[in-house]
Structure formats: structure tokens, C-alpha cells
Design a protein around this ligand. Structure first.
Ligand code: NAD
Ligand code: ZN
Ligand code: ZN
Length: 360
């Protein structure tokens, strides 16, 4: 066991705290990873505000890269010194989805068995089974994906959640192809990554929609060919006007609210695809004429973690980054320290940043 510093949310809505945490030595199938960088994702704020569950105290942070410090018994393919991105969907290989050759949907993903605790022994709930606003964390070895150590840690870590979710929403779930028109509603870290993904896939028209002009400016640098501020314009009408009156082939909702999902639904072309990658809260409801669902055809999809397969996608995307084809650095708005997470939430809430990244 060792004692390190980490950031917790002790109770619903309370400001986060930097405290001492006990990290067990890795048991069978586990690894301890020294965190080098961890992005601040909107999902961490959802945890702090009680939008995800009630299992306080939460150990926040889940978008991270670091160096493996120690591995437990029965761990293969991972050794101290490996540079890894942590993933929150370690696939089991044996559930009904894995057995059918669709491991990116794995229905039985797993985490470390042992618990990290406060000094008084209180067990922590790690955000998304990771908990990475901490000097060293305990995870299941399957949550560690080795990538090229030449990758800047602050950029690599982003692939562990939001940027992967956005890239995958376009590349995997939306299956965007050459010549497609794509609209992305909400251009924070996730939506901006969906725009970068649409560009990587060869989309010819990429429309960014947000309420904040600063986000739209960044979206342009990442590949948006057109921007719509939906504070001043109707998003559906604007997207239709930019697609010859038809709507976009793929519309990605990276906000996750009934109004943005409806915009996505009506702003897509007939037989087009809607991808929901923003996460709704439990109280949100949707009402829509069923005839519109039938009459417009196409597909309505959700994107868990960008339907990524970490072992396939993380090394591929870091390679594209190192070749200069995926501008991950553009997502890193600022590097901060562990005691600045609360301030980073405020900046995120005000829309001042794409990603604040804790660097250790
Ligand atoms: N599906 C997944 O696996 C996955 C993974 C990571 C994050 N998420 C979720 O994705 C969502 C976005 O995360 P983020 O980190 O990019 O958040 P963020 O706060 O950085 O970005 C949200 C953006 O949406 C914009 N916005 C808000 N309301 C809007 C509206 N009505 N119309 C247009 N734009 C609007 C904001 O201005 C902001 O730019 C969150 O719900 C988060 O929980 C999902
Ligand atoms: Zn499985
Ligand atoms: Zn996240």
C-alpha cells in the first residue's frame, strides 16, 4: 500500500478536495499507474453534481495517460515502464457481445477488484472505474492500453475519454465517409473531436453548432466548414440551408438534451443518421411524433465511448497524432495542477476552455 494525493468529491454539489488516498499494491490482474496527465471532462462535473450516482465519495478524473509502476500476478502484456492510456471499458472477451465478435459493445467490462480508500478506510468510487486526478491509481490491467511513448501525455490522455468519444461518434458510430455532410451540435471537447473525426473521414461539409462563438472559432480550426450560433439562429433551418435544403447525412448531438437531440433528428437528411454522444440526465424526457421516426427513416444511435476498441483505436490515433494528421494538442487549452480542478470546473462551466489538463 502507498499513500498519494488525489481529488475527491465528498458529497453532492460540494467543492472538490485534494486529500491523501491509500492505494493498494496491485492484486491479481491489476496494475498501479503513475499518472502523468488527466483531462477535466464534463462527466467529472456530472459526478460532483450528483448526475451520475450517489456513491460518494468519488475519486474524480478518468481521461488519463501515465507510466505503469507495478503489475500484480497473472498480468500479461503489461510491465513496469510501459506508457499507457487508461480506458474505462476493459473488454471481457467472454460476454455475449464479445463472443459474437463485437467487443466494442462488451456488456461485462471490468475494473480493479481492490478499493482505494481515504486514510480512515472509507472506500472511494473511482469515476468511470478509473479515478485519475491522483498521483498513482489502481486499475484492472485491461484498462491500460500501450501506445507510442513519444506521444505528449496531455494529448494522449484525452483519447481516454472525451476526444475518443467524439472521434468515435463520427468515425465508428456515425460511420462518416468521404463526401458526407456532417453537423455537430455542441462543440466542447467531445463535439470538437467529432468535427476532427469527420474531417479525418473525408466529410466534405462539416457544420459546427454551438451557443458560444469561441467554441465555433475553435471548431473552424479543427475542420468545420460552416458554423451556426444557435443562440441567434434556428439550428435546423440553418443546417438545412447549408445542405441544399436537405439536412446533413450525419448529425451528432454532443450536448445530450431533449432540445439538441430533436434538432439533430430534424436537421438530418432523409435516411440519415443521428448519433447521441452527449449524456442526458435521468430526468430528461423526449416526446416526438412516431410517424416522423418512421417517415424519416435512417438510424438513431447512441455512442458509448465512441464505440471504440481501445486496443485497436488508441495506438492508431496516437500514430496519426505523431504523423501530424490528428491535432490533439489543439484540445489542450491549459495545463493545470491537481489543486486546480475546482477552478477548471468553473472555466468549463463558463465555456472558457476546450480541455483543462492536470499534468503531474
Ligand atoms: N458518450 C460518451 O461516451 C461520452 C464521453 C465523454 C463525455 N460525454 C458527454 O458529452 C457531453 C459533452 O462533453 P464535453 O466535455 O464536450 O462538455 P463541454 O462542457 O466541454 O461542452 C459542451 C458544449 O455544448 C455547448 N452547448 C450547451 N448547450 C447547447 C445547446 N443547447 N446548443 C448548442 N450547444 C450547446 C456548450 O456551449 C459547450 O461548448 C457531456 O454530456 C459529457 O458527459 C459522453
Ligand atoms: Zn465482453
Ligand atoms: Zn469523460
Amino acid at each position: 500500500m502507498q499513500q498519494v494525493k488525489g481529488v475527491i468529491a465528498r458529497s453532492k454539489g460540494a467543492e472538490v478536495e485534494l486529500v491523501t488516498i491509500n492505494v493498494p499494491d496491485p492484486g491479481p490482474g491489476e496494475a498501479v499507474v503513475a499518472i502523468q496527465a488527466c483531462g477535466v471532462c464534463h462527466t467529472d462535473l456530472h459526478y460532483r453534481e450528483g448526475g451520475i450516482g450517489d456513491a460518494y465519495p468519488y475519486l474524480l478524473g478518468h481521461e488519463a495517460a501515465g507510466i505503469v509502476e507495478a503489475v500484480g500476478p497473472e498480468v500479461r502484456d503489461l510491465a513496469p515502464g510501459d506508457f499507457v492510456i487508461l480506458n474505462w471499458r476493459a473488454v471481457c472477451g467472454t460476454c455475449r457481445s464479445c463472443r459474437r465478435g463485437r467487443p466494442w459493445y462488451c456488456f461485462a467490462t471490468f475494473n480493479a477488484t481492490q478499493k482505494m480508500t481515504l486514510e480512515d478506510g472509507t472506500e472511494l468510487s473511482p469515476a468511470l472505474g478509473i479515478g485519475a486526478f491522483i498521483e498513482k491509481t489502481l486499475v484492472a490491467a485491461g484498462q491500460c492500453t500501450k501506445v507510442d511513448p513519444a506521444t505528449r501525455p496531455a494529448a494522449a490522455g484525452l483519447l481516454g475519454c472525451g476526444v475518443m468519444a467524439g472521434l468515435g461518434a463520427a468515425l465508428n458510430t456515425g460511420n462518416v465517409g468521404r463526401g458526407d455532410s456532417v453537423a455537430v451540435i455542441g462543440c466542447g471537447g467531445v463535439g470538437a473531436a467529432a468535427i476532427a473525426g469527420a474531417r479525418l473521414a473525408g466529410a466534405s461539409r462539416i457544420i459546427a453548432v454551438d451557443l458560444d462563438d469561441r467554441k465555433l472559432e475553435t471548431a473552424r480550426t479543427l475542420g468545420a466548414t460552416h458554423t451556426v450560433n444557435s443562440r441567434n439562429a434556428d439550428a435546423v433551418t440553418a443546417i438545412q440551408a447549408l445542405t441544399d435544403g436537405n439536412g446533413a447525412d450525419v448529425v451528432i448531438d454532443a450536448v445530450g438534451a431533449p432540445e439538441t437531440w430533436k434538432q439533430a433528428f430534424y436537421a438530418r437528411d432523409l435516411a440519415g443518421t443521428v448519433v447521441l454522444v452527449g449524456v442526458p440526465t435521468p430526468s430528461m424526457q423526449l416526446e416526438i411524433p412516431l410517424l416522423d421516426v418512421f417517415g424519416r427513416g435512417g438510424s438513431l444511435k447512441s455512442s458509448w465511448y465512441g464505440d471504440c476498441l481501445p486496443s485497436r483505436d488508441f495506438p492508431m490515433l496516437t500514430d496519426l497524432y505523431l504523423q501530424g494528421r490528428l491535432p490533439l494538442d489543439a484540445f489542450v487549452s491549459e495545463e493545470i495542477s491537481l489543486d486546480e480542478v475546482e477552478a477548471a470546473f468553473t472555466r468549463m462551466h463558463h465555456g472558457d476552455v476546450l480541455r483543462s489538463v492536470v499534468v503531474l
